[in-house]
Design a protein around this ligand. Structure first.
Ligand code: ADE
Length: 240
């Protein structure tokens, strides 16, 4: 068994990461299944004003995060884990689109460093430098085709999807197997989950489908497969 997964988050808003102490992720930390540390980028600012951004070379709107504080912050957290592969995750709308199979892959990583950029992003030389640094793997990731104010919310989303896949984190590990996006279809797409019902058997005039009350497991499985497929089709048509 490898060491427990460790997450070092670097941000100018450490308070943004407070939700990681709640619910399943909070419990996963308490149980020692994962280790999470949050670091303030500003502590690595090199000028008297503690600024971490500057105007873009070539002109244009907005500010760009300077490479110097990032280099210092990343080197420091990497130095705490010698001999480990450091997966440096840089959040940017220009990154590869994150999905369930990337979450699955990342759930086996040992040391992840999340770099939460703000403003117009981080000077690209940070990416280039660590791509060429032994012991590092760099992943530029986006959580969707929209622009956030920074990488913090993206980090929270990605971490939640990774941590729930780590053995021991979820009470019922079987729930992972059946859920949306974890089932691959013949054409390489992902199947969305079938709709769920619980008590009461009728709510505001809406009954639970008869088949789910039948106790016939083969029929229930067939119905669920049809529903999952219809749902997937509907969403795909909507996206076209
Ligand atoms: N930073 C700003 N927008 C983002 C997005 N869509 N995904 C990841 N990081 C971001």
């Amino acid at each position: 068994m490898s060491n427990k997964p460790t997450f070092d988050l670097i941000t100018i808003f450490p308070e943004y990461m407070a939700p990681l102490n709640l619910s399943l992720i909070g419990k996963a930390q308490e149980k020692g299944l994962v280790e999470i540390a949050v670091h303030d980028l500003r502590q690595h600012a090199t000028n008297v004003h503690h600024s971490v951004d500057d105007t873009p070379y070539g002109g244009g709107a907005g500010m760009v995060m300077m490479p110097e504080p990032w280099g210092k912050a990343i080197d420091q957290v990497a130095a705490q884990r010698p001999g480990t592969i450091h997966d440096l995750i840089i959040l940017t709308p220009a990154g590869r689109r994150f999905n369930q199979s990337i979450a699955q892959e990342m759930s086996s990583y040992e040391h992840m460093i999340f770099a939460c950029g703000r403003y117009e992003g981080i000077d690209i030389r940070v990416t280039e430098h660590y791509q060429n640094t032994p012991g590092f793997r760099v992943h530029e990731l986006s959580i969707g085709d929209y622009v956030l104010n920074g990488g913090e919310v993206a980090t929270l989303a990605i971490m939640e999807s990774i941590i729930r896949l780590i053995p021991g984190v979820l009470g019922n590990p079987e729930s992972i197997v059946e859920e949306s996006h974890s089932i691959t279809t013949a054409d390489g797409g992902v199947l969305l989950e079938y709709p769920s019902y619980t008590k009461p058997a009728e709510w505001r005039g809406l009954p639970v489908p008869e088949v789910l009350l039948s106790g016939n497991h083969a029929l229930i499985e067939k119905w669920r497969a049809e529903q999952a497929s219809a749902r997937t089709q509907k969403v795909q048509n909507h996206l076209k």
